[in-house]
Design a protein around this ligand. Structure first.
Ligand code: GLU
Ligand code: ZN
Length: 295
């Protein structure tokens, strides 16, 4: 094996068609390039995680026939995140932010994607971030002000500056949950992930994950190498729009309970993703093979 790829669902719901498409891409890449497949349950958000979803994701993957080589769950890795946080604090790369949601909205400009570009109001806030005497706060990472050049296997080259995309961004939220951005970077580094394949909806996170990963590697004394990135197109509905919340809420589990087979599901997803011209039942190995060929 020449590398390692991960499938990283968040257990804030059951698996849906969007996950299924990502999984097919991940396993197709693994087949094509001989990669180790790591299953990572991204339960960093303590408020939205449910044990039923964690169990459901594992069961559904098994029912669909996806097998992985290793597995981890973020809630068991708190000590690792805490250790990295402390090293980042030592390098003065983290600070507490007490801004409320309302203040953030009122006081900061937005990017064209509608995202708040945090202007760094709390950068000079007195008080150490591990000191709980300050009011409720999240912890922000000082986003390096530089243009990141990165390449997407499907979409080509990007030049993006996190400082102007989002500004300093949270790595731990007010409730004490590690953020997606932080946990994913620590895990990708710590688990030696070489290939990242995920939906286009997360593409915008890539540049900030690269600057954060560079800093994490630096404090850990490890070399940093940009992983291979592929952000696949999202499943569209009949009118070409991406799936609505309601459609995404329709789970694979519901289909399974209604007697729909994995083959029917693979066929349907390949069709909806525009990979297959017709909606025909397709086996897992055919579906993976077909995507692998398109890579
Ligand atoms: N956990 C994320 C999700 O379910 C995916 C993270 C990633 O692939 O970077 O949307
Ligand atoms: Zn603030």
């Amino acid at each position: 094996m020449t590398g390692k790829i991960r499938f990283a669902p968040s257990p804030t719901g059951y698996l849906h068609e969007g996950h299924l498409l990502s999984a097919l891409y991940v396993w197709a890449a693994a087949k094509k390039w001989g990669l180790h497949v790591h299953l990572r349950i991204e339960d960093h958000d303590r408020g939205r995680t449910r044990q039923a979803y964690i169990d459901g994701i594992r069961e559904d993957l098994e029912w669909l026939g996806f097998t992985h080589d290793s597995e981890s769950i973020q809630s068991e890795r708190t000590a690792i995140y805490q250790g990295v946080l402390e090293k980042l604090i030592e390098k003065d790369l983290i600070y507490p932010c007490t801004c409320s949601r309302k203040q953030l909205e009122a006081e900061n400009p937005k990017s064209e994607t509608g995202e708040i570009i945090y202007q760094g109001k709390c950068r000079s806030l007195a008080g150490h971030c591990l000191d709980n005497s300050i009011p409720p706060h999240n912890l922000r990472f000082k986003a390096t002000d530089k243009v990141i050049n990165w390449n997407d296997y499907r979409l080509g080259s990007f030049n993006e500056n996190p400082a102007t995309q989002c500004g300093d961004f949270p790595i731990r939220d007010r409730e004490g949950s590690w953020t997606y951005q932080f946990a994913v970077c620590v895990d990708d580094i710590d688990q030696d992930i070489t290939h990242i394949i995920r939906g286009e909806d997360i593409r915008n996170s890539t540049a900030r994950q690269i600057v954060l990963s560079e800093s994490i590697c630096e404090v850990l004394g490890r070399p940093y190498k940009q992983p291979f990135y592929l952000h696949h197109a999202l499943i569209a509905d009949a009118s070409g729009k991406k799936l609505s919340k309601r459609e995404l809420a329709h789970s694979i589990r519901q289909d399974k309970e209604q007697g729909i087979s994995p083959e029917e599901l693979f066929g349907r997803v390949l069709f909806k993703a525009g990979i297959h011209p017709a909606n025909n039942p397709t086996s897992l190995s055919e579906a993976i093979g077909e995507i692998a060929e398109s890579l």
